[in-house]
Design a protein around this ligand. Structure first.
Ligand SMILES: [Zn+2]
Ligand SMILES: [Zn+2]
Length: 271
């Protein structure tokens, strides 16, 4: 999600395989969100990436990529599959889908939600045995949510499995003012990563520069009913982010400050 100047260093430090299946989401065309993209693409080429790379972003991003790679004579070893961001579902992979919504920033900007598909409910073998369903193919059909016929009787998945389990949802705001529509968009996210450029005492600057304060991020997280909030995009004016976090926690307890290399486990929501 976004590709600032330092991204290559982080990618190497975290040993992210550059040849892996990958989708890059770009929220908007400000330097701190795209400056690292060309370098990253070139490094992927140097490591002989062959797999297509998904890039999601505003329409202008594709223009910028085309023009700069032409002017700089950059040839890539892999195809880019570009998905233009617009409100709604922008990309589906076998494992998840990505939805976009308009953000409220000084240039065209989008927020994203990465959403896993739901999984069928937990399978109870004893129930299947009781109904006379023989172990094997028929069990796996039921586990996948399909009905089977046993001795002329139809057995439906709900007879032998628990309720369907929802997938996990991660939201990312990019740079934005908070808004009611974003609160709806991020509703029920298991993790929300939200713009937290300013502290309360600089609230006027947040309005002026079309960013959010950590308290505004927390208020939105509460409205949206998310499970956890990660604050990000802190202004360089603050030596420490501790006060941004404590201001936010007064509104929304389950808040952390994102930082380089931080890893956060996203648990499955209760079904
Ligand atoms: Zn920006
Ligand atoms: Zn920014």
């Amino acid at each position: 999600m976004d590709c600032g100047e330092g991204v290559q260093r982080r990618v190497l430090a975290e040993s992210v395989g550059l040849g892996n299946e990958m989708t890059i989401l770009i929220t908007h065309l400000h330097g701190d969100h795209v400056a690292g993209l060309l370098g990253l693409l070139q490094t992927m080429s140097l490591s002989q990436r062959r797999k297509p790379l998904n890039i999601v972003g505003p329409e202008k991003l594709l223009r910028w990529l085309k023009v700069t790679s032409e002017l700089l004579h950059i040839g890539l070893t892999f195809p880019i599959v570009f998905f233009r961001a617009r409100p709604g579902t922008v990309l589906r992979t076998p494992a998840f889908r990505i939805r976009a919504a308009k953000a409220a920033h000084s240039v065209e900007a989008f927020a994203y939600v990465v959403e896993e598909y739901g999984r069928p409910g937990i399978f109870y073998p004893e129930k299947a045995k009781k109904l006379g369903v023989p172990e094997g193919k028929l069990w796996s059909r039921l586990q996948k949510g399909r009905s089977v016929i046993v001795g002329g009787r139809k057995v439906v998945p709900s007879e032998v499995t628990g309720p369907p389990r929802p997938g996990r949802r991660v939201g990312y705001s990019g740079d934005t003012r908070p808004s009611a529509s974003l609160a709806r968009f991020f509703s029920g996210c298991d993790l929300l990563i939200f713009d937290s450029t300013f502290g309360q005492k600089d609230a006027a600057k947040a309005v002026d520069r079309k960013h959010s304060t950590s308290v505004e991020a927390a208020e939105l997280a509460r409205k949206a009913g998310v499970r956890r909030l990660a604050l990000t995009h802190f202004s360089a004016r603050y030596r420490s982010t501790a006060h941004l976090v404590s201001e936010a926690r007064r509104v929304f307890t389950n808040t952390v400050a994102a930082s380089d290399g931080l890893s956060v486990m996203v648990d499955y929501p209760a079904s």
